[in-house]
Design a protein around this ligand. Structure first.
Ligand SMILES: Cc1cc2nc3c(=O)[nH]c(=O)nc-3n(C[C@H](O)[C@H](O)[C@H](O)COP(=O)(O)O)c2cc1C
Length: 382
């Protein structure tokens, strides 16, 4: 019965709600969604109803302990959708297993000039040019601290920290101090189960200065010296060759980085479907299906080369349980998404978890941990 409700919700979303929403500018939709989602999350009857209709939990098959944190299921919200942590009650209710909010920056930041988003329906993608608009680490940490502690007891809270998008944070030392300032705030307030250093925001005025081995080492030396309680993850760029990507992982492995999130938006516009009109005046980088192949390739190589050194969160182009399972079998421990939910509807999270259990059963696995990297073992049997 609940399964049919979930399927029907998906059909209703795709055939009616999405058609209406996709006629409105995505910046406006995002703004209204945050306001209504915040309100809806405050109402217990709404949370209860959405949870009963859409959320699917099966801890025997889907729960895992990773980096000292317990995840009730592997499907998380990726960074950039709930930047200021206004939606945790709603996200938990619809069945996410974890969330990454942010990216937040040490100084509050208005972001780039609008428009921030542009839809590419044929490519199943969004062009993103938000430029790290956020309320600042201190204010966001206060908000997280005000939620009841049980909110994140079974729904880990990952806080993504980036470098303030402002011209005065221009040289390397200022940028390191800026990241360190955020991590100090999170250490002092103690909020969050994980801190992620986002070194790969592609649409900011200072570029991506920590995507070389030596500069990343200097950043991570400074962050390690702070000694935050929360495990540290790195959000990795998507546009580097393996030759450039691997040294970053080696540097991370030499520091206290427990996990890597693979990966961020892509820049390559040749991946856009010819029926989507993407002109050069539309600024930004691509989410969704154009990120799929790169992200999978990097997940696979990271797991093959670094074994169990890192927890891997696979991100990019997940629209179904089969997509999530592909990333898991290539080596991802957990999977996060944004664009799939925007295109398919919020019932997708429960549907993915429900169908993942079926896929695990079909392959004879009794817990998701057994499936992680299983395709690599088939490629290289011992
Ligand atoms: C609207 C939007 C905003 C984003 N903002 C951030 C951000 O602030 N920090 C970050 O690390 N990634 C950000 N991303 C990248 C996503 O976290 C994710 O890596 C990427 O979209 C690929 O996943 P998807 O295909 O499921 O959307 C953003 C993506 C979208 C769609």
């Amino acid at each position: 019965m609940i399964y049919s409700v979930s399927i029907a919700s998906g059909m209703l979303y795709r055939s009616v709600i999405k058609k209406v929403l996709f006629k409105i500018h995505p910046d406006t939709v995002h703004e209204h969604l945050l306001k209504s989602g915040k309100l809806a999350g405050q109402l217990q009857p709404v949370r209860g109803t959405l949870g009963a209709l859409w959320s699917y939990q099966n801890e025997a098959y889907l729960a895992q302990m990773l980096a000292g944190v317990r995840f009730r299921n592997p499907i998380g919200l990726s960074a950039g959708f709930d930047t200021n942590f206004e939606l945790p009650p709603l996200l938990r209710a619809v069945g996410f297993g974890h969330m990454e909010g942010g990216s937040v920056t040490y100084e509050p930041c208005p972001g780039n000039a609008h428009p921030w988003f542009y839809r590419l329906p044929h490519s199943k993608s969004l062009v993103v040019h938000k430029g790290l608009a956020n309320e600042g680490t201190e204010r966001v940490a206060e908000r997280i601290g005000r939620y009841p502690s049980k909110m994140f007891a079974d729904f880990p809270c990952n806080i993504s920290v980036a470098m303030t998008n402002a011209a005065h944070v221009c040289d390397e030392q200022k940028a390191i101090d800026d990241y360190a300032g955020s991590v100090e705030v999170l250490k002092a307030t103690g909020v969050g189960d994980i801190i992620t250093l986002n070194i790969s925001c592609p649409n900011t005025c200072n570029g991506e200065p920590f995507t070389t081995k030596s500069s990343l080492a200097r950043l991570l030396d400074a962050i390690d010296a702070i000694g935050a309680r929360q495990p540290l993850f790195l959000k990795m760029p998507a546009d580097l060759s393996w030759k450039q990507f691997k040294p970053l992982l080696e540097t991370a492995a030499d520091h206290s980085i427990a996990g890597v999130i693979i990966s961020n938006l892509v820049k390559d516009r040749s991946l856009v479907h010819p029926d989507d009109k993407l002109t050069p005046e539309i600024k930004g980088n691509l989410s969704g299906k154009p990120t799929w192949t790169t992200s999978n390739e990097l997940i696979k190589k990271t797991r093959q080369t670094f074994g169990d050194r890192f927890v891997i969160i696979g991100v990019g182009g997940v629209f179904s349980a089969e997509d999530a399972y592909t990333k898991i079998c290539l080596g991802a421990d957990l999977v996060s998404l944004i664009t799939g939910m925007i295109f398919e509807g919020p019932q997708l999270i429960g549907q993915i978890n429900r169908d993942l259990v079926k896929l695990l059963e079909q392959d004879g696995f009794t817990n998701i941990s057994q499936a992680i990297g299983s395709n690599l073992r088939k490629m290289n049997p011992k």
